[in-house]
Design a binder for this molecule. Sequence first.
Ligand SMILES: [Zn+2]
Length: 428
Amino acid sequence: MGRVLITNALIFDGTGGEPRRGELLVEGNRIAPADAQGAPAERVIDAGGRFVMPGMVEGHAHLSFENVCATEDLIKPTPEAQAFTTARGARALIEAGFTSAYGASEAKLRLAVAVRDEVNAGRLPGPRIRAGGLEISVTGSIGDEGREHDPRTGPSTIVDGVEEMRRAVRMHCREGVDNVKIDVSGDPFYPGTPGHTTPMTFDEVRVAAETAHAYGRIINAHTRSVEGSKHCIRAGVDALFHCEYADEELFDMMEEARDRIFVVPTVGLFHQIMAGEAAAHGLSAEVGGYMNIPDLLENSCKTHTELRKRGIRHLIGGDYGFGWSPQGTQARDIEFFIDYYGYSPAEALVCATANGGLAMMDDGSLGTLEAGRLADLIIVDGNPLEDPRVLAGPDNVLFVMKDGAICKNALPRTPQDTAPRATAAASA
Ligand SMILES: [Zn+2]
């Protein structure tokens, strides 16, 4: 079994404890067990004193979004062009230190499925992918433009009633989607159904969840409204996206469900709009004001601060790939989690790593650098606990390993890099 020894490292293992100085041995595709210390390594990587941490997880991936400014940008391009776009999205994520992508939805049904299969076969660079499909929405809600929808042209498929919902979810399962996504609440980008409304019925949500689970898939929901989020908890939805509006009853329901749900605030988009970063694309802070974004952002802060206190498993990422938010910059969310929700830097890094690993694989084998876990890790120039901004982009992520394989190595070469030697027990 191949062994890679990472020496001279400052190791943050993703459990939230203080980082330690030492070495880390990878054996095959796993972090080596403690009793393997001292075994010879075929390859030695000198981290040069740098920060080693688990690979990050994008918690609400739209791999096929690139420079998107309007819904038309998701509909107009050909499937052939969008397949390349999706492949570029996957590459941008792995180069920026995201070793996993937990899918939300894509511009067309099978884009993430196809790229996932190519990445898994080793023919394209990219993270572990739980592939999303289309948005599953209802008449008059997100993505319904009042014309016949061909689910293969995307980005939404419109259903009404439990039978159509069951059929749509089954079709997603047949086409190889891992993560089914339903649009339970409205959204500020669709004025007819703003974020606090709940166009989807409880029965539709329940049938979607039952059907996805019957096929062994995950069910995720776009939900900003109080009622929508309650539908999701009652129906057994696995991950709730956005969740700005809440009341006491919802907080209690979520706390009770905290060991089975994940919550992805996707706060980056609102931050970017209100900070003027999207202004050049027609989405200035003033336009954001007309769209009620300040109210959504204010409620996002209140709700997710409370959910943090109640031990809800938050994930970072989501809604990147717009004209102002290129793929691979998702780790900006770490800073937003600290500033808006009151997370400590170490806790925010846990959201970016360990929590995401659990969402990807519920057996606990992914997301930390504890002995025996899957070897997904990155080496960073700079200390994210002191300045999380060093993670926001590919430049400071010098080394990426996924499943024990080196996907990126931009570390300065040192003479001992490739020389085999015995490993020493990790020292303090
Ligand atoms: Zn989204």
